[in-house]
Design a protein around this ligand. Structure first.
Ligand code: ATP
Ligand code: SF4
Length: 327
């Protein structure tokens, strides 16, 4: 059984003057120990999807669809049950998670308090041991226990955020641009550590990022989003090596290759469409070099490409299924 199954998920931000269709008809499955990267340019709906399934969106966001975690729908769960699941089984690390910590209390004391909220009455010695164990997992020395947040570097802070998220031994770790603000050296160290701890702790990971290289180096599967919709999804070794959707192809051309032939970086001309208008056809048509009349009038559905073992799907009239002109 999938650890998390997202079915026909929609999020609409309802504002006074307009409605923004931020996520439309998203379907996604995470098998135990999968590491799935959600990529797409800014505003494509990545964070809204992840925060939507965790019910962490503002009240203006209306959601429909299902998010089955271990078979139970997070969308229907009573709030008390949901908050237990969120700490004990699903943990989240944001880009600025550390801002939640108090600047006037030592790191160790704050972690103890978090532990006690979830497991009241635990002996102090046991909590300290758990915190030191987590420090080792994220490569921090024990002396960090006695430091204040302002005494930590950006990398150390993000390691603390990761350690805090793991305090209750979750099975699913959601990381929303969690390494984006770090310098490249620290980012690659932390990404290596995340891979190690995923293996050590048998974690399943959902990684939201605009950086395709983060996905290629740390994930086994990828979901490509554009304007609130999933354009392509499958294994990293298929989608990022031989992308089939024109948007994925454009996105990959926007990133430099460290190893391959040196080529000019070509971004994708144009910009994201207005998400308050529901398009009749393919949402990428205004920027797509292959757009036809059919593309402008009929919405392409995700269709399988490759063989069954690949679980590879693409939403483009020209790839897979009928009218398979470029596949
Ligand atoms: P980024 O990488 O910049 O965070 P993203 O892919 O995660 O982008 P979202 O932040 O999910 O995209 O935003 C998707 C769309 O929803 C955007 O058009 C954004 O303007 C809109 N949006 C996000 N949050 C709100 C909000 N609280 N109220 C109204 N619209 C919002
Ligand atoms: Fe381009 Fe048409 Fe495919 Fe959309 S459906 S990505 S417009 S070719």
């Amino acid at each position: 059984m999938a650890l998390l199954e997202i079915k026909n998920f929609n999020v609409t931000y309802k504002m006074k003057e307009k409605e923004v269709y931020a996520v439309q008809d998203a379907c996604l499955e995470l098998e135990p120990q999968d590491a799935i990267g959600i990529v797409g340019e800014s505003g494509s709906g990545k964070s809204t999807l992840a925060m939507g399934i965790l019910r962490l969106l503002p009240k203006t966001a209306e959601t429909t669809g299902e998010a089955l975690f271990e078979g139970n729908d997070l969308m229907q769960m009573p709030p008390e049950e949901l908050s237990k699941v969120r700490w004990n089984k699903i943990a989240v690390v944001f880009q600025k998670s550390m801002n939640a910590l108090s600047p006037v209390h030592k790191i160790g004391k704050q972690m103890e308090d978090v532990y006690l909220i979830h497991k009241p009455g635990t002996p102090k010695k046991e909590i300290r041991e758990r915190i030191y164990e987590l420090f080792r997992v994220v490569n921090l020395s024990d002396r960090v226990y006695e430091l204040y947040p302002h005494e930590l570097s950006g990398g150390m802070m993000q390691r603390i955020s990761i350690a805090l998220s793991l305090i209750m031994n979750p099975s699913l770790l959601v990381m929303d641009e969690a390494t984006t603000a770090l310098d490249v050296v620290t980012q690659s160290q932390i990404l290596r550590e995340i891979l190690q701890l995923q293996e050590q702790l048998h974690l399943t990971r959902l990684m939201i990022t605009h950086d395709v290289s983060v996905v290629s180096s740390t994930c086994n599967k990828v979901v490509v989003m554009y304007a609130g919709r999933i354009m392509e999804k499958g294994r990293v070794v298929d989608v990022l090596v031989n992308p089939r959707h024109p948007y994925t192809q454009g996105l990959l051309k926007s990133f430099p290759s460290f190893h391959g032939e040196k080529t000019d970086l070509r971004g994708i001309p144009g910009s994201l469409p207005d998400l308050s208008v529901k398009p009749t056809g393919c949402v990428f048509a205004p920027r797509c070099p292959y757009a036809t009349d059919k593309c402008r009038t009929q919405l392409p559905q995700l269709q399988s490409v490759g063989d069954e073992t690949q679980n590879w799907q693409v939403a483009c009239h020209l790839v897979g299924g009928e009218g398979n002109e470029r596949a």
